[in-house]
Design a protein around this ligand. Structure first.
Ligand SMILES: [Zn+2]
Length: 317
């Protein structure tokens, strides 16, 4: 699959490597919806390859080991079940990295979901990043760079994947599928231009995400049953809640329908506002609660997202 929006990041990495000025620590966000997993894999392979050109050669011993998934100089850490990555795990990694490279090439450590590093773990890592060892590379992939400690962030080269525009995403999707898109597919990619790879997968597997805004609007304003958010999709429900509240505030301010972000908020929402006599302050307060939940869940682990969301919704009906 051809992912043109990854190209600028790849070109930078390659140019730095060829010029011999490659930084020893990189930050590439974990965004599988944009194919970041592929970028991360290719970058790791490139660093490990013993005879790289514009990509990993694919045939040296190092490439073969990496392909088989058991390269002795490749280390990876990840958060399990969104739990914090503790200091001991990071210390073990640092100790392992002090060994001589088994394949006489580079050593690469990849820390996925790096935003889950505990503060002590992040500080331990920081010390290592401040005193880099020769031919050792770190790649950190947090969900968002803003979630990392600023001191840690400042020690790395940040690579930003710029998502395609809605028009570019639509064009890309049609070319991947090799056909003209149906109206539903156009609507889907317009809804998720920042997640073209996900949209492609949904269409290929014929498994589509729930339309959270439509379901939530129906529950809120027309007495349909309230959804039950799960561990995997609570963030989408939270986004839908925020969007609806923002639109309700716009309705309260008597902005024209065309200014609303959701086309689903018509008469029923207007009627609900009148019947319940909800004012803008109240709506703003609810919106702030949504932001509060988002903040809490990004800062603390072990919180129950679905439950927090259901408690929030119970205040609205
Ligand atoms: Zn190779």
């Amino acid at each position: 699959m051809h992912l043109p929006w990854l190209r600028p990041v790849w070109r930078n990495l390659l140019a730095d490597m060829q010029a011999g000025r490659l930084s020893h620590a990189h930050c590439i966000c974990w965004q599988p919806e944009l194919g970041s997993d592929r970028l991360l894999r290719q970058a790791t392979r490139l660093l490990l390859c013993l005879q790289p050109t514009t990509k990993a050669c694919g045939s040296c011993k190092s490439c073969l080991l990496a392909e088989a998934g058991n390269h002795p100089d490749f280390y990876s850490l990840d958060s399990v079940d969104d739990k914090v990555i503790g200091v001991d795990t990071v210390r073990d990694l640092i100790t392992s990295l002090q060994n001589t490279a088994n394949q006489h090439g580079a050593k690469v450590a990849w820390i996925n979901h790096a935003d889950r590093l505990s503060v002590t773990a992040a500080n331990a890592l920081l010390k290592t990043l401040e005193e880099p060892t020769v031919n050792t590379y770190f790649i950190l992939s947090p969900r968002r760079t803003g979630l990392l400690l600023p001191t840690l962030r400042s020690r790395m080269q940040l690579h930003q994947i710029t998502p395609p525009s809605a028009a570019e995403a639509q064009q890309w999707l049609a070319s991947q599928l090799g056909r003209v898109l149906s109206n539903d597919e156009v609507a889907l990619i317009q809804r998720y231009p920042h997640a073209p790879v996900s949209v492609y997968n949904w269409i290929s597997e014929q498994k589509f995400p729930r339309d959270c805004i439509a379901e939530l609007t129906a529950a809120w304003f027309t007495n349909a049953p309230w959804p039950q958010p799960g561990k995997a999709d609570w963030a989408e429900w939270l986004s839908a809640s925020e969007l609806i509240l923002q639109d309700l505030i716009r309705l309260k301010q008597q902005l024209p329908q065309a200014r609303l972000r959701s086309t689903l908020l018509g008469e029923p929402a207007q009627r609900w506002l009148e019947q319940h006599n909800v004012n803008s302050d109240q709506l703003n307060q609810w919106l702030q609660s949504c932001y509060g939940i988002r903040r809490m869940l990004s800062e603390q682990s072990g919180l129950n997202g679905p439950l927090l969301l259901e408690e929030l919704w119970s205040r609205w009906h």
